[in-house]
Design a protein around this ligand. Structure first.
Ligand SMILES: C[S@@+](CC[C@H](N)C(=O)[O-])C[C@H]1O[C@@H](n2cnc3c(N)ncnc32)[C@H](O)[C@@H]1O
Length: 267
C-alpha cells in the first residue's frame, strides 16, 4: 500500500486519519522540498506515530525521476507513506508517483491535509469562489516572470482575486519573502496598477507565528513578517462583506476601508 498523507501547514494540523495511516506504515518518506512547515518536529511526529518504522527526510531527487519506480516497488511489498506538507496533491509533483502505482496495480490511499488553498480564503474572509487561477512567482534568475503578471491581469480583468505562491528553493536555502515579491511585481507591472491595489500578505499561515496583513500592495513591504513560507493575495474589487473582512480580520488601514466603502472605482 502506498499512502499519500497531507501534514497540513503545521504539525498540529495532522488529522486522526493521517496519524492512523502513519502508524500503519513501515517506512515514511517526509517530503522536505515542496514547502516549509516551520513548527515541524521529527521527534513530535515519532511521538505521535511510533518509532518502530523507518523515517526518511526526502529531498526532491528521492521522490522524483527514476526513484519513483523504486518507491512503487517498495510499496508493492510493504506499507509506504509519503508525508507531504499541506495537501499531498495541491501544488506538488507527486501525481507521477500515484499514476505509476496505479499503473503497476499497487494500492494507494490519499489522506488529505489542510492546504494553503483552503486557509488563504478562510483565514482572510475573501470568498473562495472569487479566486481565479493561482500562480507562483519565481525568482527572475533566468527569465522575467511576465506570465505571472499576465495571469494576475487576467484575473483582475475578470474581477477575480489571485493567490500568489512565492518561489521556494529549499535545497538552495532560498524562499521568497513578501517584500522581495513586491519589488519583482512592481518592476514588471507595465499597467502600473498593482502598487495601489489591495494585497494581503500571508506568512506562516496556520502556525502560532501566523501573520496576515492587508494594505496597498506597495505598502505591504513596510510590515515585519515571520520567516517563510509567504504568499500574497492580489485582491480584485472587494464585495462589501469582503471589505469588512479585510478591515476587521486582516487589518486593512481605515482610510482604505472608508475609501472603498463608497468608491465606485478600484483601485
Ligand atoms: C509548492 S506550494 C505547496 C502547497 C502545499 N502542498 C499545500 O497544499 O498547501 C508552497 C507554497 O505555498 C505557499 N505556502 C505554503 N504554506 C504556507 C503558509 N503556511 N503560509 C503562507 N504561504 C504558504 C508558499 O507560497 C509556498 O512557497
Amino acid at each position: 500500500m502506498l499512502y499519500f498523507i497531507g501534514l497540513g501547514l503545521s504539525i498540529n494540523h495532522l488529522t486522526l486519519e493521517a496519524i492512523d495511516a502513519l502508524r500503519n506504515a513501515d517506512k515514511v518518506y517526509i517530503d522536505t522540498y515542496t514547502n516549509i512547515v516551520p513548527d515541524f518536529s521529527l521527534d513530535k511526529l515519532v511521538g505521535l506515530v511510533g518509532e518502530e518504522k523507518e523515517f526518511v527526510m526526502a529531498k526532491r531527487e528521492l521522490l522524483e525521476g527514476k526513484n519513483i519506480y523504486y518507491i512503487v516497488e517498495e510499496a508493492s511489498k510493504k506499507n509506504i507513506a509519503i508525508l507531504v506538507p499541506g495537501d499531498p496533491f495541491i501544488a506538488t509533483t507527486h501525481d507521477a508517483i500515484r499514476v505509476e502505482a496505479l499503473r503497476r496495480g499497487v494500492k494507494i490511499r490519499v489522506v488529505n491535509g489542510l492546504s494553503i488553498y483552503s486557509l488563504a480564503p478562510s483565514r482572510t474572509g475573501l470568498q473562495a469562489y472569487r479566486f481565479g487561477k493561482t500562480v507562483t512567482l519565481v525568482y527572475p534568475d533566468y527569465f522575467k516572470p511576465y506570465s505571472t503578471i499576465e495571469t494576475i491581469y487576467d484575473n483582475l480583468d475578470r474581477n477575480l482575486h489571485t493567490l500568489l505562491l512565492l518561489d521556494l528553493k529549499i535545497e538552495e536555502n532560498k524562499a521568497m519573502t513578501i517584500p522581495e515579491a513586491i519589488d519583482i511585481l512592481i518592476e514588471l507591472d507595465e499597467r502600473r496598477v498593482l502598487e495601489n491595489i489591495i494585497g494581503v500578505g500571508l506568512a506562516q499561515l496556520g502556525s502560532s507565528m501566523e501573520k496576515i496583513v492587508a494594505d496597498r500592495l506597495a505598502d505591504l513591504k513596510k510590515y515585519a513578517y515571520p520567516s517563510p513560507p509567504h504568499s500574497i493575495i492580489i485582491v480584485a474589487k472587494p464585495h462589501p462583506v469582503e471589505l469588512d473582512n479585510l478591515y476587521y480580520v486582516c487589518g486593512l488601514p481605515e482610510h482604505l476601508y472608508r475609501r472603498y466603502s463608497v468608491s465606485k472605482t478600484y483601485p
